[in-house]
Structure formats: C-alpha cells, structure tokens
Design a binder for this molecule. Structure first.
Ligand code: OSB
Ligand code: MG
Length: 366
C-alpha cells in the first residue's frame, strides 16, 4: 500500500482502580494511538503498548512518539509502497524499540487486511472463536482487600488469577488466595523484583500449586532464571526477557523458561509473535498472551493472537470493564469467562472517534 497519511495521538484514560506492581502504581493509562490511511482511503489502527515511564521496559510514550516521527515513519515513507510484512525488515536498522515498531506494523496490517477482506485472526492462523480470560491482580493494601478484589473477579467468571508479587507481598498473599480457592488456576508475576539469592524464598511458593512464576529476576539475567529453575519446582515463565524469536529460542535452550508470555508489543509485533508461537508449539512449550492494560484497539488484536492453537493457558486478556469505565471501542464483554475473537476484517474494531477526541492530549499529523 501507499501511506497517504499517518496520525499519532496520545490519549489518557483513567483506570477503574489503581494498578500496583513491583515497578510502580498506575492510575491512568496514557496510550500512543497510531492511525494510518492508505491510497484506497482505508484506515488502519493500532496502539503502542509503551507506558508513560520506562519502568516495565525501556520504551515510554513520549520516546516512542519521538522515535516514530524522527526515524521510523520517515523510513517507511521513503518506500514507494509498503506491506505489513516489510515493516520489520525496513525498521531493522533502528535498534530496539519493539513497541514503537509493533504499533506501526499493526496499523499497516489492519489497513492491509481490511483491503484484502480477511480478519487478523485468519491471517495469524487462529483456530478458536473465543478465548478463556485471566486477570492480573495488582498488589493490594492488605490481604483482606486482595481477597475482596480476587473474589469479585472469580464471581465475574475469570478462569485464571495472576497475583502481582514483590518482596514483602508474596507468600502470604498467595496462601490467602489459595486457601480461599483451592483449585482455581493461579500464578504470580514479580516483574523482576527478586535476585538470584531469593531461590530458597521463592521455593516456599511450591506448595501452592501455581501454574508459574513470571519474570522473577532481571530481564537480562537469563542464566539466573536457569539457576532458579533448579531451586524451585514451580515453572518459570519469562515475560520481560523475551524480546524476539531469537531470545525465546535462547531462553528455552538454556532452560531459563518452560512457559512463555507472548506480548506482541514486546517482541516487535504480531508477525514475530506467531514465529514464537510456532517455535513453542513445535517444542510443546505452552504460551499465553500477555497484556499491557490495552484499550479495545490493542485488545482486539491480542484476542486474534490468543486464538492460535499453542495458546493453551488463559492470558491477561480481560474484559474492557477490568480496566476502563468506557473503552475507545465497543467494550469487550466477557461471557462465561471467555471473550469472543473479532472476526470482521483487519483487527476488527471501529474506534469511537468522538470519545477518542475527548481524551486526546496531543496530536500530530504526518
Ligand atoms: O508484567 O504482565 C505484566 C501490565 C502492564 C505492564 C506489565 C504487565 C502488566 C500486567 C497486566 O500484568 C496485564 C493486563 O491485564 O493487561
Ligand atoms: Mg509480566
């Protein structure tokens, strides 16, 4: 396609409740939204999953905007025509920035698939029409508040609970929820909050029958995760450390992870995500789709990915109501613990433009 127009917008959406993790507390989601228009007048949408500050990953909203304007978009526009499949190779000389690159690739893919009249789910190779939902539960003020929040999610039908942990908020929190729900699928996410010396401490989680411990150590400490895996029985699942197909291959080979959280933004897009999925499926490694507190735009695309056959564990693909009072698309509503996979062309959403305008804090037309 020919890129006729690209619009970058920054929106701010309040969260329904503060989301506290080992790296900070979010009360509102600032999101960089990408809109592309091609020569047919087709509009493609995507959201960049970088957060306001570089606390989860090195990328952040204002940095992604600058990078897109200064380097990524000029590189794409220097080509007379571009396909979604060409985006990653064209942007490869610019190092890092998987979230910024993924957003551009996804917006172009959305427009391309609409023109080809196929859904993202079909394009990626989805085999399911709905996906089981998990929910990621932030660090609470006390165990009673945690139990209350988890209970409300269980009542709503969530099929898997993930507790955010950090030193000082781990064993007792897990015990509290496991005692309340002896059989529910339960896992924890540390967002790099522990060190190599914490093996013994984390082994105390083994008795709670957890599905996995997500990213206990520094994102660069692949060897540390492999050493930790020998000290704990609970499977280790990497999130932050997996930034590409290559890094997934290496971490598996080194036995640093036995389950992978696939986040399209973190690995540079949906096309790279499918490659990681295929590698894991071939090696019988379970994968699940992570989340980044996405609006309906990112959520729609994540659901298409989560519908691939290797996504055998419920992901952090929760209903819109888990995050926002009002979403920028039609809300994703959970039915019986599942969300339907969008099946119209492209990523399958139409943003509410008036609402989007009303929450836009910054806009640039390129
Ligand atoms: O580590 O998985 C994570 C949210 C923002 C950044 C990192 C993470 C998360 C979550 C929530 O755990 C996932 C979601 O519900 O979107
Ligand atoms: Mg995580």
């Amino acid at each position: 396609m020919k890129l006729e127009k690209i619009e970058l917008g920054i929106i701010a959406l309040p969260l329904v409740r503060p989301f506290r993790t080992s790296f900070g507390t979010q009360t509102s989601r600032e999101v960089l939204i990408v809109k592309v228009v091609n020569e047919n007048g087709t509009t493609g949408w995507a959201e960049c999953v970088a957060m306001s500050e570089p606390l989860y990953s090195p990328e952040y909203v204002a940095g992604c905007l600058d990078l897109m304007k200064r380097f990524l978009i000029p590189a794409l526009k220097s080509k007379p025509t571009i396909t979604a499949e060409e985006v990653a190779p064209v942007l490869k000389p610019f190092l890092g920035a998987p979230m910024a690159k993924a957003a551009l690739e996804t917006a172009i893919l959305d427009a391309q698939l609409q023109d080809q009249k196929i859904s993202l789910a079909t394009y990626l190779g989805a085999t399911k029409s709905r996906v089981a939902c998990g929910v990621s539960v932030g660090i609470a003020n006390d165990l009673e508040a945690l139990a209350e929040e988890v209970s409300s999610y269980v009542e709503q039908g969530y099929r898997r609970i993930k507790l955010k942990i950090e030193p000082g908020w781990d064993i007792a929190a897990v015990k509290k929820i496991r005692d309340l729900y002896p059989t529910i699928l339960l896992q924890v996410d540390a967002n790099q909050a522990y060190t190599r010396d914490d093996g013994k401490h984390l082994a105390a989680l083994d008795e709670f029958n957890l599905l996995l411990i997500e990213q206990p150590l520094d994102e660069h400490d692949i060897l540390g995760h492999a050493l930790l895996a020998k000290q704990v029985k609970t499977p280790i699942c990497l999130d932050e450390s997996i930034i590409s197909l290559q890094s997934a291959r290496d971490a598996l080979e080194l036995k640093a992870t036995t389950i992978i959280n696939v986040k399209p933004g973190r690995v540079g897009g949906y096309i790279e995500s499918v490659k990681i999925h295929d590698l894991c499926l071939k090696n019988k490694i379970p994968v699940w789709c992570g989340g980044m507190l996405e609006t309906g735009i990112g959520r729609a695309a994540n659901l298409a990915l989560a519908a691939l056959p290797g996504f055998t564990l419920p992901g952090d693909t929760s209903a819109s109501s888990r995050y926002f009072k009002e979403d920028v698309t039609a809300p994703f509503v959970m039915i019986d613990g599942y969300l339907d996979v969008p099946n119209t062309t492209g990523i399958g959403i139409t943003p509410n433009l008036d609402f989007l305008d009303s929450i836009t804090t910054h806009r640039e037309d390129i």
